[in-house]
Design a protein around this ligand. Structure first.
Ligand code: GLA
Ligand code: ZN
Length: 656
């Protein structure tokens, strides 16, 4: 377990370099990420390289035994490059070339850009290959599935389509181009989706465009990784990612990399509704699930955020420590804080680091220093992992499909996953968030929210899981589309009908309007957004609607299928329903529940096979007391405890 910082020595006077490293070492910083945007300092003129300053920086960190994450600075080509090769600048969906002077505006498909990106990466790796102090490499920065519509990208998309489909007629068929006279007579007529609202575009075209962009990101990462691995085959490679509007297909993005890195900026405004807090935990679980292994946080919240948005509140006392440990509680092994010191120039000068502009260490820095000390006591957690009995399936294509075609007011894909995640979190369970194609046989309970886009492998995997005795929860908007993002001509949930033992005779997208359902035990819950009116064939009702013309029709069903059980939730409820449902599901599948946890407290377990280490994180601004079933040893305070007293955002870790 290590704590680190992101640092940009090229942005500071040389006189600070050594002092910074010295203070880092004294504070307990064990990792520093450098070089991320430093291309123009490393190659001030075309083909003229200057590595001396970087040699010095690396030598300083080497002296202080601080491991270095070296970045391939390909996010930011120097301006001389753009001047000489203006065709390598991205073109937006509006067809207009982006103006330079910000960052990240290179087209990753541009052959000339790629040649320069590979050259700077090759120069760097040749110079530093085999240096023990370099513990990992980061490629580029926050690659998004952002569409470039330059001529190179358009041509590449056309040949991507011609590889995927035999001929243009097959494309027309796949896209359903008989609508609105959109039929192509030749591949050269294909244009990417434009800047018009997505609602006006062909959803099948949009989905293939998204797939194409992900394939481009994949090959870009692959090209850069080949350059590095050729010189230094063993050094671990990553890229840093985040959950943005243009979220890439994380599974594909990291397929060729050694570990996942996540940029973690939990919201700093404490929501009135405490359930919202759980979303950081969900994001962390999602990141652990991308490669189903421990991950890094490559950028961690350190101060008030803001630059392109108004500034957020500053982290409250406890948050720097709490959120750092929360990441470890969910499977992070290294947490790197963004950034050591707040920039005094450039667009990001109000995105605060650990140390403020004054360079006088203050409250946040001292808390960070405590975090470093605490984490240094966590050696016992080396080689521990998280084992979960519950999985929630996350599919980037389903996520994208709902961005292309929002369903109804309030209905967001990730929220559909978070409702369940938050409910299981109330009972202290470890939760995996994994791909629908993952090995499900290891779980007692699998939730497959809105399996919207046709995916044969995923549905076969889900059927197999239930046939082999698993308990599955499927939800509304499943089986709706084929793999081209077109509607299927079948009664919903189409391919899943047999599994859930019910059919949907009609649906009602009620949006923000609220209605109620009643479960088998007579409990009432609010429902909203969506109502599937279910007709069971072999299923039994778990809950029924109370209102509207479908009063008394099933809203939630349960079906025994081969060796397993398949539930179907045809509506969207609030936390009370999900908590009650989760409790019943866990009871039936024999998953232990921790009852009576104060709201906001998250409990996760890391294990090494012999010992279990249980994290209790109070993700709230209240003081809480948690009774323990038997006295346990706290590895934070090195004492036995029979109850835990946690202040705001405080974490304790006990050995079971
Ligand atoms: C992102 C980027 C960083 C920085 C931070 C905060 O996460 O990766 O380079 O811009 O946002 O501004
Ligand atoms: Zn392009």
């Amino acid at each position: 377990m290590r704590i680190g910082v992101d640092h940009y020595p090229e942005q500071w006077d040389r006189s600070l370099w050594e002092k910074d490293a010295e203070l880092m070492a004294k504070t307990g910083v064990r990792v520093v990420r450098i070089g991320e945007f430093a291309w123009s300092k490393l190659e001030p003129r075309d083909g003229e390289f200057d590595f001396e300053w970087l040699d010095e920086v690396i030598a300083i960190f080497e002296r202080f035994s601080i491991g270095v994450v070296m970045c391939a600075p390909t996010n930011c080509p120097p301006l001389w490059f753009y001047k000489a090769h203006p065709e390598a600048v991205q073109v937006g969906p509006d067809g207009v070339r982006i103006q330079t002077g910000i960052r990240g505006h290179r087209c990753i498909n541009s052959p000339i850009f790629l040649a320069y990106a590979k050259r700077i990466t090759e120069q760097l790796i040749r110079r530093y290959a085999g240096r023990k102090i370099i513990i990992a490499w980061q490629l580029d920065n926050e690659l998004e599935a952002y569409p470039c519509t330059c001529e190179v990208c358009k041509d590449k998309f056309r040949s991507w389509l011609s590889d995927r489909y035999d001929n243009i007629e097959a494309v027309n068929k796949a896209f359903g181009n008989s609508v609105w006279s959109l039929g192509y007579s030749d591949f050269c007529e294909v244009e990417p989706p434009t800047a018009y609202p997505k609602a006006w575009q062909n959803p099948a075209l949009c989905m293939d465009w998204y797939r194409f962009i992900n394939d481009c990101l994949y090959s870009y990462i692959k090209e850069l990784s080949i350059v590095i691995r050729k010189e230094d085959p063993k050094v671990p490679l990553t890229t840093n990612t985040w959950l943005c509007e243009n979220a890439p297909d994380f599974y594909k993005l990291f397929d060729n990399l050694d570990f996942v890195s996540y940029d973690n900026y939990p919201a700093l405004t404490i929501p009135k509704d405490p359930e919202e807090f759980y979303s950081h935990a969900f994001h962390l679980d999602l990141m652990r699930g991308v490669k189903e292994q421990s991950f890094w946080v490559m950028e961690q919240l350190s101060g008030a955020t803001g630059s392109w948005t108004p500034m957020s509140p500053t982290p409250r006392p406890g948050m720097i420590m709490g959120y750092g440990l929360q990441a470890i509680a969910h499977g992070a092994d290294t947490v790197v804080h963004f950034r050591w010191r707040t920039a005094v120039s450039g667009a990001e000068m109000h995105w605060h680091g650990l140390i403020d502009h004054s360079n006088v260490p203050g409250r946040r820095f001292f808390e960070f220093s405590e975090l470093c000390k605490t984490v240094s006591k966590l050696k016992v957690l080396e080689n521990t992992q998280m084992i979960s009995e519950i999985a929630i399936l996350y599919s980037p294509e389903n996520d994208q499909a709902f961005k292309i075609q929002p369903q109804t007011e309030g209905f967001y894909y990730l929220e559909q996953l978070k409702y369940f995640h938050a409910a299981f979190t109330r009972y202290g369970a470890n939760i995996d968030v994994v791909s629908p194609e993952s090995d499900l046989s290891r779980y007692k309970l699998v939730v497959a929210p809105t399996m919207y886009i046709g995916d044969k492998k995923a549905s076969e995997n889900i059927y197999r899981y239930v046939i082999q005795g698993g308990t599955l929860v499927l939800t509304n908007r499943s089986g709706v589309k084929d793999e081209n993002n077109n509607c299927v001509m079948d009664t919903l949930p189409a391919s899943y009908k047999e599994l859930i033992g019910a059919e949907i005779s009609e649906y009602d997208p009620i949006g923000a309007q609220e209605q109620t359902i009643r479960d088998f035990a007579g409990n009432e819950f609010v429902c909203r957004q969506w109502c599937d009116i279910l007709q069971p064939t072999t299923a039994r009702a778990y809950a029924e609607y109370n209102d509207n013309f479908y009063r008394c029709c099933p809203a939630v069903t349960m079906n025994r299928y081969c060796g397993g059980v398949a539930y179907y939730v045809g509506t969207v409820c609030k936390s009370d329903f999900y908590e009650s449902f989760a409790s019943n599901l866990m009871k039936q599948t024999g998953i232990p529940r921790l009852k009576g946890l104060p709201r906001g407290v998250e409990v996760t377990t890391r294990t090494n096979g012999l010992d279990d280490f249980i994290f209790f994180f109070n993700n709230s601004d209240a003081h809480v007391t948690i009774p323990l079933p038997k006295p346990m040893y706290s590895i934070i305070d090195s004492v036995g405890k029979d109850k835990l007293e946690l202040g705001p955002f405080e974490v304790d870790i006990v050995r079971k």
